[in-house]
Design a protein around this ligand. Structure first.
Ligand code: XMP
Length: 487
């Protein structure tokens, strides 16, 4: 037995001491950071892989704002891959495999396909690579006879304006405007249809200048996996669907099977960006870094819905966990960013996590009340709420069992009695908070001011300059508004 000589500290235990600052305007500072060595973000915020926080809608909003979302894993492989694909399809310089329909299909079928895929038009082919027409919503919306063939309303090839591959976006934009078009098929020298440039994508590109995108202009997205043997197949399906990073996510990430999983993934997918966690100690972060991860996820028990520390007695207050993990990674000589996961209640907490050495923060509970989070809004006493649940809560465990059943994967674990489950998380309601963009605006605004107080133009400078001061309960009380009646 040993007792660590230092106290464990968390966000409310400290403040940052203001530093002489060169910053004149909050707009001057740079909030960009590395999520992994291969992925740069314009804002250091990641939405958590929880089933009440991140599916496609949240991941799209996060990436458009310059952060990223990690799709949770508590669904079938096919469902999770579809969620990833939805994000990757949300926008691109060029849609690579545009939805197609045959010339002899009915107008009703065209309407149905546009609705299912949420697109405003389809390319018409006869199953091959030759473009034989374009049909858009306008062509089918008020067509009197639903049973008529698509060929009767489509724009024929001789009236279609098309472009060759590698057409610069400005040129595509000019053509779309000049001809008042919405879609521009991309045709190669051999006359094959290779993609579609849409006016919508160009508009999105302008509207979200900070978006986190891959080399094809598609939004980036991460996806979580576990450590069971079948998770290798899940990893493959997710990468196939276009996932930009895999997050090996288990409650106790400093475990032999997690380290082995990282090594297996590295070997099987050498090009993939791989994150693993969660850990909360110097040794835990060191071992994952040595196993070859591209980022370490740090946090055991700080989450808003976590009861791990109460149920098991284990955990490390989050600020200390971040600092120790950063040291553990430095011991290896590798440059591996830390994702501070859990316990972020305010922009001030985020600034402290970054100042302590994290490159990004992962947020769950705070985002669960947002419009883009999965789940319906409930009204209680005239107020709007949404549900959040820990991934180790009883409700989440029951949800998982339902997924396993639908998957016909009756493993020993899924035979469990519910009385035997020992939850390490709770279910709760959080106030409805509107769109995540509004919340991000406040969080990033706080970070910009924080950088200025820290005498820093960048997050790296904030880390270099950071000086924490421990505070007492009186200091905590003084920090919040006090001795006034808040309206
Ligand atoms: P916040 O504070 O942002 O934290 O809501 C989100 C993180 O909490 C972790 N998490 C859990 N931890 N039991 C736990 O001990 C759980 O049931 C649970 N569910 C989520 C997770 O790391 C998440 O990102």
């Amino acid at each position: 037995m040993k007792i660590r000589p230092t106290k464990g500290l968390t966000f409310d235990d400290v403040l940052l001491v203001p530093k002489r600052s060169p910053v004149k305007s909050r707009q001057e500072v740079d909030t960009s950071t590395w999520l992994t060595p291969g992925i740069r973000l314009q804002i250091p915020i990641v939405s958590a892989n929880m089933d009440t926080v991140t599916e496609a809608a949240m991941a799209i909003a996060m990436a458009r704002a310059g952060g990223i979302g990690i799709i949770h894993r508590f669904m079938t492989v096919e469902q999770q891959a579809r969620q990833v694909a939805r994000v990757k399809r949300a926008e691109a310089f060029m849609v690579e495999h545009p939805y197609a329909i045959r010339q002899d299909a009915t107008i009703a079928e065209a309407r149905r396909l546009m609705q299912v895929h949420e697109v405003g038009g389809l390319v018409v082919t006869n199953g091959g690579e030759e473009l034989i027409g374009l049909v858009t919503q306008r062509d089918v919306l008020l067509a009197p006879d639903e049973t008529a063939p698509v060929g009767s309303v489509m724009t024929p090839p001789d009236q279609i304006v098309s472009v060759p591959p590698d057409t610069p976006p400005e040129e595509a934009r000019a053509l779309l405007h000049q001809h008042r078009l919405e879609k521009l098929p991309v045709i190669d020298r051999q006359g094959r249809l290779v993609g579609l440039i849409t006016a919508q994508d160009l508009v999105k590109h302008q509207r979200y200048p900070n978006a986190t995108k891959d080399s094809k202009g598609r939004l980036r997205v991460g996806a979580a996996i576990g450590v069971k043997p079948q998770d290798m197949a899940r990893a493959e399906a997710l990468l196939e669907a276009g996932a930009d990073l895999l997050v090996v996510d288990i409650a106790h990430g400093h475990a032999d099977h997690c380290i082995q999983m990282v090594k297996d993934l590295r070997r099987a997918f050498p090009e993939a960006q791989i994150v693993a966690g969660n850990v909360a100690s110097r040794e835990g972060a060191r071992d994952l870094a040595e196993a070859g991860v591209d980022a370490v996820k740090v946090g055991v028990g700080p989450g808003s819905i976590c009861t791990t520390r109460i149920v098991t007695g284990f955990g490390v207050p989050q600020l200390t966990a971040i600092m120790n993990s950063v040291q553990g990674i430095a011991d290896t000589g590798r440059r591996v960013p830390v994702i501070a996961d859990g316990g972020i209640k305010t922009s001030g907490d985020m600034v402290k996590a970054l100042a302590a050495g994290a490159s990004t923060v992962m947020i769950g509970g705070l985002f669960a009340g947002c419009e883009e989070a999965p789940g319906a809004t409930v009204i209680r006493d005239g107020q709007k709420f949404k549900v959040v649940r820990g991934m180790a809560s009883l409700g989440a465990a029951m949800g998982r069992k339902a997924v396993e059943k639908s998957n016909e994967d009756e493993s020993a674990e899924s035979q469990e009695d519910w009385e035997k489950v020992v939850p390490e998380g709770v279910e709760a309601v959080v106030p409805y908070r509107g769109t995540v963009n509004e919340l991000l605006y406040q969080l990033v605004g706080g970070l910009r001011s924080g950088l200025s107080y820290g005498g820093a133009l960048t997050i790296e400078e904030l880390q270099t300059n950071a000086e924490f001061i421990e505070i007492t309960p009186a200091g905590v009380r003084e920090s919040h508004s006090h001795d006034v009646n808040r309206l």
